[in-house]
Design a protein around this ligand. Structure first.
Ligand code: BG6
Length: 507
């Protein structure tokens, strides 16, 4: 038996993972994402003791701010949006490493100042030259920022320190633009220096898909075409586009979230067991399953897009998409999309995967429902099981995080009547600790160089390969169907499932 202390085993995944000496540079620091998610996540990590004492945060933007102004903005963002309580001593330590660099993306002097700032932080804060550059900027700005990083030697790791690029979605607009973008990024950064954010992968419940499937014995034997009737993946939002008209119009629901979040959820649900939990092994399995996706021949009958019209949401009148500020009244942009896919492999052949998403739907909910076939024979007779639905395992991604198993049970009484009941696991009840925000997890992983939860080039490109023909079809055929805000999407989406003898869940 080994005499070493098992608590010191570096392979022990229960140990807290703490980032080594490092810093984070955020481009687009004045944006919404930065204030609502990135800055609070940095604070929450610091508060949980997962950042090194000298951790540094550098903001880069056009505003005429001094370091103090930047620190104040971070302070307000943290106070408003951090998950964990505000602690003055944590804040005082964090503020030591905060710097602001003023400039535009094409400004060489500004990038020189950024280089000097990093050098100064290495000395003052002991960041060791290890910096991640977070591009929270519009995709049109990716190439110039990447090129500037190269030109000013900021991507260079030759001194033994690390440099990483973190790229926010949308990663391209279609396959061609994604390939061009990948080429631009990979001209400057090696693949292991690039971290593409799909924040859904940072969600606790999404990581739990793999735990549910591969740490247990009871689910995997039935997780295939012999038992599963179909899979429904829903990402419903009750909000509209808010102030994001500039980003959203021309992009739409399918590019915004199906290309990334929903296809990643599908890949995790459908993939084979990886040989290990390493990034390479995981990516290989996800890539295989995305590569096996088959689009139905008739896209007119197996896809639906919609656009929210005016309606009622949470007791308030909501305007239609075409009446939103900044939207072209002729816009054909989809705010709802439903598609049917198949996966052409031995496990899933013939099992439809229905993916749907929409804004201004009945309520905010993301879930994966694996719906099983009916029992092949019922000894109870038709009347006893009239109200029995199909068994299902539902992974509740958010907001009510957990897992539900639905099955039939006898209604108490002297007669035999069987009805659906459910058995629930809820995070809030089983664990005392609350789940970290996705961005906390992902920023920590970037600083640790752990790329498990970041989609690779191949995954991004395969996802566009799936979506491109659908977008092309939609471009050529008509307009999105209208649906009243606050409902569950266009009737065409219901009809799409009815044709297959199925119906959408009403979560
Ligand atoms: C983003 C999309 O990726 O995800 C937004 O661009 C969407 O349109 C958001 O609202 C939803 O994220 P979450 O974590 O709130 O489900």
């Amino acid at each position: 038996m080994s005499s070493s202390n098992p608590l010191r085993d570096p392979a022990d995944r229960r140990l807290p993972r703490i980032a080594g000496p490092s810093g984070l540079v955020i481009f687009g620091v004045t944006g919404d994402l930065s204030r609502k998610k990135l800055m609070p996540a940095v604070y929450d990590l610091a508060n949980r003791g997962l950042l090194p004492p000298g951790f540094s945060l550098v903001g880069f933007a056009r505003r005429e701010w001094a370091n103090e102004d930047f620190a104040e903005v971070v302070h307000d963002a943290v106070k408003a949006h951090a998950r964990t309580p505000f602690r003055e001593e944590v804040w005082q330590q964090l503020i030591q490493g905060m710097r602001f660099v003023q400039g535009t993306f094409d400004d060489d002097d500004a990038f020189e100042r950024l280089r000097e700032t990093i050098g100064e932080l290495d000395k003052a804060q002991g960041t060791g030259g290890n910096f991640a550059f977070y591009l929270s900027v519009p995709p049109s700005a990716f190439p110039v920022v990447i090129q500037q990083l190269k030109k000013h030697g900021l991507a260079d790791q030759s001194s033994g320190s690390w440099r990483r690029a973190v790229i926010e979605k949308p990663f391209g607009h279609d396959l061609k633009s994604a390939e061009e973008l990948n080429a631009t990024v990979e001209e400057v950064f090696a693949p292991d220096q690039v971290f593409r954010i799909d924040h859904y992968l940072g969600k606790e419940t999404v990581q739990n898909i793999l735990a549910l499937r591969f740490a247990n014995q009871m689910f995997e034997p039935i997780w295939n075409r012999s038992f599963v009737d179909h899979v429904q993946i829903t990402m419903a939002e009750d909000i509209g586009i808010g102030g994001r008209a500039g980003y959203y119009d021309g992009i739409g629901a399918a590019r915004d979230v199906i290309q990334n979040h929903l296809l990643q959820l599908m890949a995790l649900t459908a993939m084979e067991e990886p040989a290990s939990f390493d990034a390479d092994a995981l990516a290989a399995e996800k890539t295989k399953v995305l590569g096996a996706v088959k689009l139905p021949k008739d896209l007119g009958r197996s896809t639906v897009r919609g656009q929210y019209a005016e309606g009622w949401q949470g007791g308030e009148k909501a305007v239609g998409y075409l009446q939103e500020d900044g939207i072209d009244p002729q816009s054909k942009t989809d705010t709802y999309a439903a598609i049917k896919l198949e996966i052409d492999n031995r496990r899933w052949a013939g099992v439809p995967f229905y993916l749907r998403t929409g804004k201004r739907l009945g309520r905010r909910v993301t879930e994966i429902a694996v719906v099983f076939q009916r029992a092949p024979h019922s000894p109870f007779g038709h009347t006893a099981t009239e109200e029995l639905g199909q068994n299902a395992i539902v992974i509740r991604v958010q907001p009510d995080e957990g897992i539900t198993v639905r099955f039939g049970s006898k209604v108490p009484g002297t007669s035999m009547e069987i009805r659906d009941v459910s058995m629930d696991f809820a995070y809030g009840e089983s664990f005392t600790e609350s789940s970290p925000e996705a961005y906390e997890r992902l920023i920590l992983d970037v600083l640790l160089g752990d790329s498990n939860l970041f989609p690779r080039t191949e995954e991004v490109e395969l996802s566009w390969e799936i979506l491109d023909p659908i977008e092309e079809y939609w471009d050529k055929h008509g307009r999105p169907a209208q649906y009243p805000s606050g409902t569950w999407g266009p009737v065409e989406a219901d009809e799409m499932l009815e044709r297959d003898g199925r119906s959408w869940r009403r979560p």
